[in-house]
Design a protein around this ligand. Structure first.
Ligand SMILES: [Zn+2]
Length: 473
């Protein structure tokens, strides 16, 4: 079964150059060859010399022995086909004894990524820094560090003189409008019959317009303080009731029942959170004098955070919008996931890094803003890559190769050989090296201990060079 129909067979020229390379890199001299062959033979026979000399079948075996390739002459594949050198074992047992490990080539998912340092921060668009709109003293603190708040929740109440003043001006303006309106209502029929001078009604109407403008201005002032009201809201109420209603304007109902309604100040103004989140900073003490510039609370939505990564200048070209990001804060098992949503326009002058940002989910709320950690920017993901252990790969650069077991190795009568296969490698992973060309899945390769195959191949090549091939062999 081969899922790569285009996998090229090893080319003759490539093979012979490979062999030359193996030969050239072998530092062993010819004197080692005979020793090596002897050691090999000894290994296969368990060093049983005395038995060999007294054992008739062993004598027969030795008479049929290819010293060059370490297998019986009658089955020596190398002698039969010297153009495609392989490493041959006399039998399966001899291979077992060699201790060489094998691995079946399989596909796996491979991720090529860039590891860079980074930091977690709150998303500024999901963070609110709260201050009092006006100067005053803190009257009551309702939320504290770590508390969860909903949008619109009151965090504290400030007693501010300007608030009481604005409310009173609004009530005065309402009262004034009502008076002026009453006058206009009385004069209008009189002016029509000529009982009152026309000038008088014109002046009364002008005064009413002016009072209405003052009411609008007072309403605007309250609106700027965060109190949402409309003049018509109080149209039917007596002025005293309006005053009472305005006293606790904007104060949550629960809070109002808690307050002594008669003696309480009408200066109270709430500080509300515009967003839902957690109070991540609080600096508010009852009685403290505060103003629009005093930061009181920071509320942040921790469900989504920003991860900002620092990409070294030399890696910048690899970064693209939309690339997947995984981030693990130091000392935390949990991994945050997101994608590149923003890439800085300039390289930081000081750190020579480019800032890259991703928005990440923090549903478990385990991750704290300000945490440092390591980010993984996924550059490429291959679902069906072939990865082999480093121990299987020999040579380097353009001359890398592995030893592939003969497909018939396990069959009865199948030759017990490993052939050299040129490969091209890709990146390294935690499991080994990716092979981009030269291997198909389900092929069997030699891994740990395959150095032994390589040294045997080198010995064979050296012997072949030392002893010119005779036409009969
Ligand atoms: Zn041979």
């Amino acid at each position: 079964m081969n899922v790569f129909p285009t996998t090229p067979p090893i080319e003759k020229s490539a093979g012979s150059s490979l062999v030359r390379w193996i030969l050239s890199t072998s530092s062993t001299a010819l004197v080692w060859i005979s020793l090596g062959g002897f050691a090999w033979w000894g290994h296969l026979t368990d060093w049983k010399f005395s038995q060999a000399s007294s054992n008739r079948s062993m004598i027969a075996d030795l008479s049929d022995w290819c010293g060059d390739h370490g297998v019986p002459q009658s089955i020596c594949v190398n002698c039969q086909n010297p153009r495609e050198p392989v490493v041959q074992f006399a039998n399966g047992e001899a291979f077992e004894k060699s201790g060489i490990e094998i691995d079946v080539v399989a596909q796996q998912e491979v991720t090529e990524s860039l590891l860079v340092p980074g930091e977690v921060s709150f998303d500024p668009s999901r963070t609110a820094h709260l201050t009092s709109r006006v100067s005053g003293t803190i009257w009551r603190v309702r939320k504290h560090l770590g508390d969860r708040v909903e949008a619109g929740d009151v965090l504290l109440l400030v007693d501010a003189h300007d608030v009481g003043k604005a409310k009173s001006e609004f009530v005065q303006a309402i009262s004034s409008v009502r008076l002026k309106q009453g006058l206009v209502d009385r004069l209008a029929p009189l002016a029509e019959t000529g009982a009152a001078p026309a000038r008088q009604i014109i002046e009364a109407e002008a005064a009413l317009r002016a009072a209405e403008l003052r009411q609008l201005a007072a309403q605007e002032t309250l609106s700027n303080l965060g109190f949402r009201i409309r003049g018509e809201q109080f149209a039917q109420n007596p002025v005293n009731d309006v005053l009472k209603e305005l006293k606790f304007l904007g104060i949550p109902t629960g809070e109002v029942t808690d307050i002594d309604q008669e003696t309480a100040s009408s200066n109270l103004i709430p500080v509300r959170s515009p967003i839902a989140g957690i109070v991540v900073a609080a600096d508010a003490v009852v009685g403290e004098v505060v103003g629009p510039t005093s930061p009181l609370f920071t509320v942040a939505d921790r469900n989504r955070l920003w991860v900002t990564l620092e990409v070294p200048q030399k890696e910048i070209r690899k970064i693209q919008m939309g690339q997947k990001i995984r981030f693990r804060p130091d000392g935390v098992e949990k991994e945050l996931k997101g994608e590149v949503q923003w890439i800085a326009d300039t390289v930081d002058e000081r750190t020579r890094t480019l800032r890259v940002r991703a928005e990440v989910e923090n549903s478990s709320l385990q991750i704290k803003a300000g945490a440092f950690g390591t980010g993984q920017i996924v550059l490429r993901e291959t679902a069906d890559a072939i990865v082999v252990p480093q121990s299987a790969i020999h040579g380097r650069g353009d001359s890398q190769f592995v030893f592939v077991r003969n497909p018939d190795f396990l069959k009865a009568g199948g030759v017990k050989t490993f052939a050299v296969r040129a490969i091209q490698t890709g990146g390294s992973t935690a499991d080994g090296v990716q092979v981009v060309k030269g291997l198909s899945i389900d092929e069997v390769i030699a891994t740990a201990g395959s150095e032994l195959l390589r040294s045997r191949l080198s010995q064979q090549q050296l012997k072949r060079r030392a002893k010119p091939l005779s036409p009969s062999s």
